[in-house]
Design a protein around this ligand. Structure first.
Ligand code: GLU
Ligand code: MG
Length: 436
């Protein structure tokens, strides 16, 4: 018995999760017009069943969630279970105006400001690493590891295809039982939508197999981290690539260089959003191919911003392939928030005409303190506590936020620290692993 199909309208929340309310599919037509009521206070939910100790949304507020038909997912691959059916939703005040705590709205506003000022639009895709609960573990990157999960990989690909996420690759990664999935880039808000969809679809496939796929930043201390790498490129009004310029260092165009400089300048405070869990900082250390510093490099896996490689063989179009990869994010963060912050910081770099960052050919940790200081390279915060303290001082980043959303984020993360701050690293990893 599959019962009566339910559909969920869900929002991407500050904890990097999808939460919302479901209704019978028979009402879908109606719901797409009038939406469904929801609780603003849920935006201040920690990943661990508790609300932030102090949060700006009280017990009496209401908002309305309305699913975006462009962000509908329906995956019907199981005979004994109803389809996975959800919409990513926008949140509105009851009078129909956008609700200030909506992260999808926050991203849309950032993209609109960016396009209005620069005439440019942004393509993005989020590369996801995850850990798959398994009894047998094959060698890293091997055909053996792929075949051990042949059925899982094929189901993930079919499910992502059904979800219109345009799957591109599925591969065994460097860590034990670690896999990676990439999907094709999408324009604007669809890039972030696709990231949320990828995580939820993969979790669903694992769930149906009686297993868990975890996107937690790190499964155990001393393990390889699960990164979320955001690849992004720019196009102009005529649809031409705007990030590439062969005449400049690293082929990074002037506007892309300024964008990158804006991101790197704000990165020490932005890590509180992009690497937002207590375990994120076990991953974000030099020597882990993640990002220990706010540095940029060509194909440099130790840099927070990496100029991604380009195939220059026959028939290749380098300008269309060109993209930058932001490596300092993980799945504790809402993809919508991460993308919005990259756009806001990049726009600021363009406004201020910041010079393009130096392109490092060595891991930033190999430079002396003096060399790093000369290049403006700083160590990223070493803990969530430190990241929040750095963020709290950043007036520019604060100016991008509606006051209540800013307040809620600090309340939320400080509650998370109060709840878990005393745990041993191993247990801490386990707690996050069970959620993400
Ligand atoms: N696992 C690494 C991370 O935590 C990334 C490895 C890679 O370059 O794919 O970001
Ligand atoms: Mg990888």
């Amino acid at each position: 018995m599959r019962g009566e199909e339910l559909v969920m309208f869900c929002w991407p929340d500050l904890s990097g999760l999808a939460r919302g309310r479901a209704f019978p599919v028979a009402d879908l037509h109606d719901r797409l017009v009038k939406g469904i009521g929801w609780l603003p206070v849920c935006q201040a939910l920690t990943p661990f069943h508790h609300l932030a100790e102090e949060n700006p949304w009280g017990a009496i507020d209401d908002v309305q969630l309305i699913g975006d038909p462009k962000a509908q997912v329906r995956v019907d691959l199981w005979d004994d279970v109803p389809p996975l059916h959800f919409f990513i939703a926008d949140a509105y005040e009851l009078d129909g105006s956008p609700w200030e705590g909506c992260l999808r709205g926050f991203l849309k506003a950032a993209l609109e400001a960016f396009e209005a000022e620069t005439g440019l639009r942004l393509f993005a895709t989020f590369e996801h690493e995850f850990h798959l609960e398994s009894e047998t573990v094959g060698p890293d990157f091997s055909l053996e590891s792929l075949r051990l999960e042949a059925a899982f990989g094929a189901l993930v690909t079919a499910a992502l295809r059904a979800a219109r996420a345009e799957p591109e690759t599925f591969e065994p990664e460097y860590g034990a039982a670690q896999y990676e999935v990439t999907c094709r880039p999408a324009l604007g808000v669809a890039g972030a939508d696709r990231a949320l969809i990828t995580r939820e679809v993969i979790r669903e496939v694992a769930r149906r197999e009686g297993r868990r796929a975890s996107f937690t930043p790190i499964v155990a201390p001393e393990q390889v981290g699960n990164g979320v790498h955001v690849h992004f490129s720019l196009i102009d009004e005529a649809g031409r690539p705007a990030g590439y310029d062969e005449a400049r260092a690293g082929d990074v165009s002037e506007v892309m260089g300024r964008f990158a400089a804006g991101v790197l300048r704000q990165l020490p405070s932005l890590t509180a959003f992009t690497a937002p869990t207590l375990v994120s900082y076990m991953r974000l250390v030099p020597g882990h191919w993640s990002a220990g510093f706010n540095a940029m490099g060509i194909r440099n896996r130790e840099a927070a911003l990496r100029v991604a490689p380009i195939w220059r063989g026959p028939g290749a179009d380098p300008a269309r392939q060109f993209n930058l990869e932001f490596r300092a994010a993980d799945a504790g963060a809402s993809p919508h928030l991460v993308l919005a912050l990259l756009v806001r910081a990049g726009l600021e770099g363009i406004r201020e005409k910041l010079p393009a960052p130096a392109l490092l050919e060595v891991p930033p940790a190999d430079l002396s303190d003096g060399e790093r200081a000369k290049l403006g390279i700083r160590r990223l915060p070493g803990s969530l506590d430190e990241a929040l303290a750095t963020l709290a001082e950043d007036k520019l980043v604060k100016s991008w936020f509606p006051p209540k959303l800013w307040e809620a984020y600090f309340a939320l993360k400080r509650t998370e620290i109060n709840m878990l701050g005393e745990l041993e690293p191993k247990e801490l990893c386990e707690r996050y692993r069970n959620v993400y």
